[in-house]
Design a protein around this ligand. Structure first.
Ligand code: AMP
Length: 219
């Protein structure tokens, strides 16, 4: 089983590809963004603590997300897809420590390359199914019947409160200031691979699949 990181700015398609990998390969998606959103939805102390920060598009503290990832990894299993984590060098070091402690190995970091103009278009048209988490887009991938999820038939379709042009600017700035240094960090570790995140979803999935099939050779 391989452990990978999907790295890229908001809207690069990390969540979409993580879900496909879960289905195709039985890997487990670990999305800190989803964990935090769940905490907000449940109204926990953590949820109340992070709600404003997330609505503004800023990053929550390293300690919070490292704690969340540590707890999930402790539940066992391997073949993790880290989606939206790590987002800072400190988080990357913490992940390396966690892996070393549990005898796990990080096999590959897949950078999903996209340009900023495309991100604004993608993120501002994005909506998801509140029931099964399928991802849609107003222009590129609308539901077949308006307001009804293709996958599960639910009418609970939602837009993320932080998927708007203004918040996206903050999220992008956070990405370039704090997360993009991870590209050099993982390159130096010999783990970095890049795919064209602007290609059609299936083409991106194939490119990632081809990389993963080679992992024993490339690691
Ligand atoms: P995402 O769904 O990955 O775009 O995450 C949504 C929001 O959750 C981000 O804009 C951050 O506020 C917060 N978040 C998620 N993952 C992290 C992380 N690894 N470090 C800091 N903040 C995070």
């Amino acid at each position: 089983m391989v452990n990978i990181i999907l790295l890229g700015p908001p809207g690069a398609g990390k969540g979409t590809q993580a879900k496909r990998l879960e289905e195709a390969r039985g890997m487990v998606q670990l999305s800190t963004g989803d964990m935090l959103k769940e905490a907000i939805a449940k109204g926990t102390d953590l949820g109340r603590q992070v709600e404003g920060i997330m609505a503004r598009g800023e990053l929550v503290t390293d300690a919070i997300v490292i704690g969340l990832i540590e707890a999930k990894m402790a539940q066992g299993g391997d073949g993790f897809i880290f989606d939206g984590f790590p987002r800072t060098l400190k988080q990357a070091d913490a992940l390396a420590d966690l892996m070393a402690r549990t005898g796990a190995r990080l096999d590959a970091v897949i950078e999903m390359q996209v340009d900023d103009a495309a991100l604004v278009e993608r993120v501002s048209g994005r909506y998801t199914c509140g029931n099964c988490a399928a991802v849609y887009h107003d222009k590129s991938h609308p539901t077949k019947a308006a307001g009804v999820c293709d996958a599960c038939g639910s009418t609970n379709l939602k837009r993320r409160p932080d998927d708007n042009a203004e918040t996206l600017k903050v999220r992008l700035m956070e990405y370039y200031k704090k997360t993009s240094p991870l590209i050099g960090y993982y390159y130096a570790k010999g783990l970095l691979h890049s795919v064209d995140g602007l290609a059609e979803v299936g083409v991106v999935a194939d490119a990632i699949g081809t990389l993963l099939d080679k992992v024993p050779e490339i690691a």
